[in-house]
Design a protein around this ligand. Sequence first.
Ligand code: MN
Length: 175
Amino acid sequence: MTGERLIYVIHKHKATRLHYDFRLQVRGVLVSWAVPKGPSLSTKDKRLAVRVDDHDLSYAGFEGRIAAGNYGAGSVIVWDNGTWRPIGEPAPEAQLKAGKLKFTVYGKKLAGEWTLLKMRGNDKNWLLIKAKDKYVSDGDITQLRPESVISGRTLEEIESDSRASVIDCSGDSFS
Ligand code: MN
């Protein structure tokens, strides 16, 4: 596993409610969590991360609009991307099954060590927590860096751009 470049991406997604979709490649899919408040670089914050459907790897670079009538209809930007690597044993699938995944992120906005921790009593609720390292910060990264890392554009700019990419696959879920 060491040295393998696994996809990491966060989509900022304005659907019914604004949220950040935190996605990590595990084997052939993007395992995904919807984080309502987005990530925090402070170790004091434990951000709710609700497990949602896995997505295809091909979705990692999508930025544009999800047409009305699709689940998740609204606009999407690639808020951060890069690679990630699990920390320690066992393999990430087993760590996920056990409810605790420790990993390192190599992104443009997020970096360093993180933990995803499954909450008791609910299958879908996890917490996304920054681990203590040199990348910790009290600044609110979602406010400081609202823009897309691939286009420099904001969600609002994508929303009002009639030429933005559109996906329309009724029946599929783009949560
Ligand atoms: Mn979403």
